[in-house]
Design a protein around this ligand. Structure first.
Ligand code: HEM
Length: 69
């Protein structure tokens, strides 16, 4: 394993990162569609960067678990 995958609240970290990624994508769509009314710069400047980082790390775990272990 290149990145360690510790158990957090009895589930591996990569599982939590996947759930968080899904929640942030739903938040991004909700702000984009004006369902959640927070300032729009969160959509254009903040949330997508959080999604990008979470998705890259989560995806890397998937690659590592499937191909490298
Ligand atoms: C995970 C990435 C993203 C998702 C899932 C997403 C999703 C959405 C959705 C569902 C809408 C509403 C579209 C509509 O009702 O027609 C929207 C609107 C918009 N998004 Fe995003 N978005 C993402 C990233 C971004 C980024 C990176 C930017 C700019 C830096 C951006 C800028 C905008 C703008 C300006 C609108 C308003 C468009 C309008 O109302 O005419 N979005 N987005």
């Amino acid at each position: 394993m290149i990145l360690p995958d510790p158990i957090v609240f009895s589930k591996p970290l990569h599982v939590w990162l996947g759930i968080l990624t899904l929640l942030f994508i739903l938040l991004q769509i909700s702000v984009g569609k004006r369902i959640i009314k927070i300032p729009f710069w969160w959509h254009r400047k903040v949330i997508w960067k959080i999604i990008l980082v979470l998705a890259i790390i989560h995806g890397f775990y998937g690659f590592e678990i499937y191909f490298l272990s």
